[in-house]
Design a protein around this ligand. Sequence first.
Ligand SMILES: Cc1cc2nc3c(=O)[nH]c(=O)nc-3n(C[C@H](O)[C@H](O)[C@H](O)COP(=O)(O)OP(=O)(O)OC[C@H]3O[C@@H](n4cnc5c(N)ncnc54)[C@H](O)[C@@H]3O)c2cc1C
Length: 471
Amino acid sequence: MALSDLNPVERNEEGIAAVLGILKQQFGERFQTGEAIRSQHAHTTTYIPTQAPDGVVFAETTPEVQEIVRACAAHRVPVIAFGVGSSLEGHTNAPGGGISIDTSRMNRILSVNPQDLDCTVEPGVTREDLNRHLRDTGLFFPIDPGANASLGGMAATRASGTNAVRYGTMRENVLSLTAVMADGEAVTTGKRAKKSSAGYDLTRLLVGSEGTLGIITALTLRLQGIPQAISGGVCPFPSLEAACNTVIATIQMGIPVARIELVNALQMRAMKNYSKLDYPESPCLFVEFHGSDAGVAEQAETFGMIAEEQGGGPFLWTSVAEERTKLWKARHDAYWSSLTLRPGAKGLSTDVCVPISRLAECVTETEADIAEMGLIAPIVGHAGDGNFHVLVLMDVDKPEEIALAEKFVARLNMRAIAMEGTCTGEHGIGQGKVGFLRHELGHGVDVMRTIKQALDPLNIMNPGKILPAAG
Ligand SMILES: Cc1cc2nc3c(=O)[nH]c(=O)nc-3n(C[C@H](O)[C@H](O)[C@H](O)COP(=O)(O)OP(=O)(O)OC[C@H]3O[C@@H](n4cnc5c(N)ncnc54)[C@H](O)[C@@H]3O)c2cc1C
């Protein structure tokens, strides 16, 4: 049984036929039902089999999203929001068919308020688009998943990335949002005030809800000033444990590191070849500091001393922008470089996150498990948050390889949960991790189900995701 079969959703053929007719009439060329476009809008990034929607509509405004949701609600048809499709757990699959709402044409930057350090955007704006737009303002938006994801998709998955150790995740950086709920009504969850005690926190309910409660049509985001100085570099270590212990000491000492990324020896080999880096093939930390000239130099030196105490170093760091950009480009390309370790293979990316004090233990046990199970699976991670990825490379035409990878992932997820961590620090539950939610949150799953039933009684919003069908 494939992971995506765990949460089956029944097809409503009659309802789907009715909605296809309505949308064709209302949206003309902006509603498409060709096989290629439908497959593109289902899950594409990993090995979970594609389950295509019945049609894709390119919405341009909040009222249009309301029209689509109302048609789907009237005929009890699933509706699945789509950003750029870079999610990793079958999030955009349509197990019971239905309508995919592509938000790529909702790509306007509605306002930028430099004095208040915030902006309001439509959900199809990507993080790179936003930062290009902000370049001349001296501001930037710090959340940087490895893909150039849409801000709507990032909010919906509660995404983060290399900068989260300093600037937080989407949870901390979305001030308010507008969403079309399952009954077709649009709700705006807050204003632009930096903080608020006004009732239930609907913003944070929708952030991370993976399109299962509402379709986000606008977001107000917190921005940051571009730091006066940035320094960064790479530090090699004799063992993964020494690298992890350096991360733990750096965080516990309160050094305001902006990025601290762990890369194991196998991942380093891939990055050296793919991105032409000249560093040893040993565990490394990629580190960056933001602040004043004096501040970043001092932080880099203190970090170098901590690393040395753990047997690491030399820590070679630079303030030269081009050199740093090359390093971080290599880090962001880690996923693609890993795939070269086994040409033709597909990757299954994990993202457990544990309390920082358990990081070394969790990573070293996991590396031993990889060796014992005979897998090719590099490790790379946002170690400052206790979050790391293992990319299991496998031949998806061999069921025994998929079974072995799933066994490894189950052990990893349960290991993290046993260490008071989570099975997903940033990718979300989607279809792939549905089986782990109850292990992690127990009765919390029942509370989530009550919320889902109250807000989406017909179960039309991205059904089959997050919540287990039963149990
Ligand atoms: C190479 C690579 C590296 C990655 N690195 C990271 C990383 O470092 N950190 C990280 O967090 N993630 C990472 N990811 C995962 C992915 O980029 C994130 O999950 C991202 O947030 C998904 O955004 P998207 O626009 O692709 O959303 P999609 O994949 O299109 O959708 C994701 C989910 O959000 C829902 N959704 C999309 N738009 C809306 C909307 N407007 N309203 C409501 N729901 C919506 C969808 O229905 C779906 O459930 C990586 C992925 C890849 C391929």
